[in-house]
Design a protein around this ligand. Sequence first.
Ligand code: ADP
Length: 171
Amino acid sequence: MKKIKSKLKRGKLRAVYPGSFDPVTKGHIDVARRAMSVFGEIVIAVIENPSKKTCFTVAERVSMLKKAFAQEGLEKVRVDSFEGLLVNYMKKIGAGIIIRGLRALSDFEYEFQMALMNRKLFPEIETVFFMTDAKYAYLSSSIVKEVAFLGGDITPAVPEAAALKLKSKKR
Ligand code: ADP
């Protein structure tokens, strides 16, 4: 208890959920909702990676996330973006927890590697994984884009804000 209190004092329980969110899906929202029930404050942080080709700009992804969380009634979630190393961004905003989502076994190897690398870079930071609801376990931003651009209905998979944006990109 003492340990948790001192962590709270140092703001260590502020959690960051980093990702590409290109675009946000209902799987991401589900993970964020679960994380919010455990951590007081969560920041959704869009990774600005100039070498990674994305469909939406950082500003578009941030705006979709803000709209999606507001539509879900989760206004307390902060949405931000960062460039460079995640641990440096976390130090800057005083966060101590990384949130990541897990789907099937395929996520494990990459997530395991990332978590251990981040621990090496900044040992005080912990990575915490949340498992999504089974109904979103098949979802990824890439499959959503593929289906949307082929004319399929993606409304069960993404929040309204992302569905509208995907439609406008198609044209
Ligand atoms: P990245 O490019 O960093 O993997 P993503 O936006 O694809 O970013 O995903 C961010 C995080 O959310 C990752 O931890 C990923 O495993 C998780 N995630 C993505 N889709 C889902 C989903 N449907 N259910 C649970 N977690 C998910």
